[in-house]
Every structure is written in structure tokens, then in C-alpha cells.
Design a protein around this ligand. Structure first.
Ligand code: SF4
Length: 379
């Protein structure tokens, strides 16, 4: 089983962000940490015999916490959960929020993987995104983590930013590759409703979706070229693309995320965090006031039908380069994939969107380019 812990605080809201995160004062953060620890202890009682294979503390910005708050949180996890010996323990961090003391607290608390949100190495692009840090801040944080003993580092990058061109994106990739992180996540910017970016760029996005030339956002061809450049360059540097947007050196694929994509059970603790346990999905309240009042009752409880679970198995599993294993489908559902999705599979194979390796179904390179269209066929 996997454990996810949410820290919903950031120094400032980025202009494109629709995650459950916001700035908060120290008192609110301290109260939240009290509630969070109580929920961690309470939930642990229900999962005492469950081995936890991966822990992921995400946000928000978990490294906004003070060293003592980080240490107490990690201690609560260590003292209450049956952690696997080869535990993957990730914390998300934002450049500009790390100190020597925080890195020490992370390492002492068992964290062995850190995911650093860089997004771009261009100062202009970082300012436009509303990020709180510069590229030099990132280098400083990266150095602190390496010196502190973190041997498994992810760097998050974004492409298709307003005004971005291939040359500036390539510069970001080269700068990051020169540091040799073990893992790189590279996503295209999505213009989310309710964000300042939505107000600024939705018309441009509409033009792009209609196949016309956008004014500020990169064109569809440019976006695709950035995606292909990422794959080609990272391949040259020894990274394997193991998921549509995730690349890792051998042995460093993120086990926590692979767990999501392969339908493992996960327990989410903290504001708005969702869980998936034995075919039932539920989440915590997203209302901070309720959470501070220790209202931990599950919301939006949804028992997935077998049809839902089969669809998710394909929908999520095909994101992985290895694809979906036929035998595993039979083991989980007692039926062959062909018996359920025969027509869809035949159609996708005929269009060269899907490949049958004998053992697995997986996306072809063309299928990866239009992955959303392919994946929706299973829903
Ligand atoms: S740091 Fe991350 S979670 Fe926080 S506002 Fe920016 S994108 Fe959102």
C-alpha cells in the first residue's frame, strides 16, 4: 500500500496552479500540522498490518514547513506505520524554501527521494509563471539536497509555456541534464479554469484547439516538437521514458506513481487527499476549517464497479511505456482483455495507435502523441 500526505500551503499561488494549495500564516500551518498528525495516527490504526511500500508528501509546498514541523511529521509516519525495508520516501520541495536544517530533518526522518519543482531555467518564464524562485535558487536547493545525502532527485519541468520557443525549452533541458538528476518529469502546461492563466490565455488556447495559430501560446506543432525533443535528448543522456511524461535513469522510476498507474491501494491523509482502498475511492474534506476541526469523515465515497476497475486498469496502465500486461488483467478480473475490449483493441491496433507485444498491450510512439484520444476509448 502507498501513503500520500498533503501539505496545502505555498508561499504564493503560481499563476497556472489549480492544486489545493494557498498561502497561510504560521498559526494556521501549526494547527493544520496538529490535525494532520491526528489523522495520521487515527488512520494508522486501521492499516496496522499493511506494509507501506512508498510514502509521498506532496502539496502545496511541504518544504514551507519549519525543520521541527518536518521532523515531527516524519516521526509520526515512522512511529505509526509499518514501513517497508526498501521504502521509497519522497517529499516535494520548491526551490527557495530549503535550508540546511530542513534537509537534515528530511534525511534524519527517512526521506530518500526529493522532487524539486523547477519548471523552467529561464528567469523570464519563471516570473511569468509566478514562481517564487530563480534558477540560481534552484541550483542552491539542488546543492543542499546533494550535500545532505539525497541520492534520488526528481526535477519537474514544464513545456508549452506562453511565449516559450524550442530554443528556450532546449536550454532548460540542457541546464537540467548537466546536473544529472535521477528522474525528470516533463509535462505540458495545461490552462486550468479558475486560474489567472485561464483568464489570460483561454482565447489563445481556443485558437490552438481550433487548429489556428495562437498569439502567445506555442502552436500545436511547437508543443509536439518540444515533447519529441524531450524524449530524444533525455534518451541520449541515458534516461528511459517509462511513462508518457516521466523519465528515469535505470532503477529510479518513481514507485509511488507507478503504484497509482497500476491500481495499487493508496491512503491519502491531509486536506482534500484521496484514497483508493479495496476498490473504493474516497477523499478528505477540502475545507480547511473543517479539517482544522478534525473532521476526517470520508467524502465522495465511490465503490468502483468491476467495469470501472477494468477501464481504469487500461486507462492508467497504458500511460506506462510497458503498457498493460494481459496475464495481469486476467488475474485481476478473471476475463481476457480481448473479451471485454475486443473491438476497441482491434480498432486501435489497426490504426497503429496500440501495439500487441504478445505479453502486453502498449501505446505505439504515434499512440503516445495522441494518448488522450486513445485512453478515452476505454472509459
Ligand atoms: S508551488 Fe506548486 S502547488 Fe504551490 S502554487 Fe505553485 S504550482 Fe501550485
Amino acid at each position: 500500500m502507498e501513503l500520500y500526505i498533503h501539505i496545502p500551503f505555498c508561499i504564493r499561488k503560481c499563476a497556472y496552479c489549480d492544486f489545493l494549495s494557498a498561502p497561510a500564516d504560521q498559526d494556521t500551518i501549526a494547527q493544520y500540522m496538529d490535525s494532520l498528525k491526528k489523522q495520521l495516527v487515527k488512520q494508522a490504526a486501521s492499516f496496522q498490518n499493511q506494509k507501506i511500500d512508498t510514502v509521498f508528501i506532496g502539496g502545496g509546498t511541504p518544504t514551507i514547513l519549519l525543520p521541527d514541523q518536518l521532523a515531527e511529521l516524519l516521526e509520526t509516519v515512522q512511529n505509526n506505520y509499518a514501513l517497508a525495508e526498501n521504502l521509497e520516501f519522497t517529499v516535494e520541495a520548491n526551490p527557495g524554501t530549503l535550508t540546511v536544517g530542513k534537509v537534515r530533518a528530511l534525511v534524519a526522518g527517512g526521506v530518500n527521494r526529493v522532487s524539486l519543482g523547477l519548471q523552467s531555467a529561464s528567469g523570464q518564464e519563471l516570473r511569468l509563471l509566478g514562481r517564487i524562485h530563480t534558477y540560481d535558487d534552484f541550483l542552491h536547493s539542488y546543492g543542499l539536497l546533494r550535500e545532505g545525502g539525497i541520492r534520488n532527485l526528481n526535477v519537474d519541468l514544464m513545456s508549452a509555456l506562453p511565449g516559450q520557443n524550442i530554443a528556450s525549452y532546449e536550454k532548460t533541458l540542457h541546464r537540467v541534464l548537466s546536473l544529472h538528476p535521477e528522474h525528470i518529469s516533463a509535462y505540458s502546461l495545461i490552462i486550468e479554469e479558475g486560474t489567472p492563466f485561464y483568464e489570460q490565455y483561454r482565447e489563445d488556447e481556443r485558437l490552438r484547439d481550433a487548429g489556428e495559430e495562437p498569439k502567445i501560446l506555442p502552436s500545436e506543432e511547437c508543443e509536439r516538437a518540444m515533447y519529441e525533443l524531450t524524449g530524444a535528448l533525455l534518451f541520449d543522456y541515458g534516461y528511459e521514458r517509462y511513462e508518457i511524461s516521466n523519465y528515469a535513469k535505470a532503477g529510479f522510476a518513481c514507485r509511488h506513481n507507478i503504484g497509482y498507474w497500476t491500481g495499487e491501494d493508496y491512503l491519502g491523509v491531509g486536506l482534500g487527499a484521496s484514497s483508493y482502498i479495496e476498490g473504493t475511492r474516497f477523499c478528505n474534506t477540502s475545507d480547511l476549517r473543517e479539517y482544522l476541526e478534525e473532521d476526517f469523515a470520508p467524502r465522495d465515497v465511490q465503490k468502483l464497479t468491476k467495469t470501472d476497475r477494468m477501464a481504469e486498469f487500461f486507462y492508467l496502465g497504458l500511460r506506462l511505456t510497458a503498457g498493460v500486461e494481459k496475464a495481469e488483467f486476467v488475474r485481476r478480473f478473471g476475463l481476457s482483455a480481448e473479451a471485454i475490449y475486443g473491438e476497441v483493441l482491434k480498432d486501435l491496433l489497426a490504426q497503429n495507435l496500440l501495439e500487441d507485444t504478445g505479453r502486453n498491450y502498449r501505446l505505439t510512439p504515434f499512440g503516445r502523441d495522441v494518448s488522450n484520444q486513445v485512453l478515452y476509448r476505454f472509459l
